[in-house]
Design a protein around this ligand. Structure first.
Ligand code: HEC
Length: 155
């Protein structure tokens, strides 16, 4: 009996210690909070099948600012991606059709004002027709190229 009591004391000490460690260990992306654009739950940033995070993606996880902004090569790649995946609803040059314009200052989703918010919308999907592109095989690096392209369209 005494032996069992000691074990259970030991177990509670280990349990308390591990809870304490969990409390003081910062989450993986402590600086920037990524949230699902549909329900505001924490966004699952795990890589999709075959995806390897680039340095730009890792940087973006820390800062929430697209490292490809203003990079002409990245913008050209983003434009191709946009033409293949987005023009059906957002039109050439993202001026808006069935989906809203991405070049004006009026946003359906307030979060679309920032790189982080655009990322959340493209990654998780927004309401209705704007579905999750990460579920359709678009990598986080490609999302950053798309955002650099969209940002380049703003005067
Ligand atoms: C099937 C149509 C469709 C496609 C394809 C589509 N979108 Fe959308 N998109 C929408 C709709 C509709 C909305 C408005 C969503 C809402 O009401 O919350 C939207 C919203 C957005 C927003 C937020 C804009 C705002 O004003 O709040 C961004 C950014 C965006 N889309 C980017 C993209 C990108 C980048 C692609 C391609 C990878 C893409 N969309 C493909 C329909 C689409």
């Amino acid at each position: 009996m005494r032996f069992n009591a000691r074990i259970s004391t030991l177990v509670s000490i280990i349990y308390a210690a591990s809870t304490f460690v969990a409390l003081i260990t910062p989450p993986a992306f402590a600086d920037v909070q990524f949230r699902d654009a549909l329900d505001d739950s924490p966004l699952d940033l795990s890589p999709i099948k075959g995806e390897v995070f680039t340095d730009q993606v890792k940087k973006f996880h820390e800062t929430g600012i697209d490292p490809y902004n203003g990079n002409a090569d990245a913008i050209a790649i983003g434009k191709d991606l946009f033409e293949n995946n987005c023009v059906a609803c957002h039109e050439e040059g993202a001026t808006g059709g069935m989906g809203p314009s991405l070049v004006d200052d009026v946003y359906t989703n307030a979060r679309a004002n920032t790189d982080l918010g655009k990322f959340e919308i493209i990654h998780s999907g927004a309401s209705g027709a704007m579905r999750s592109f990460s579920k359709r095989g678009i990598t986080q690096d490609q999302i950053l190229h798309l955002i650099a392209y969209i940002n380049s369209l703003k005067k």
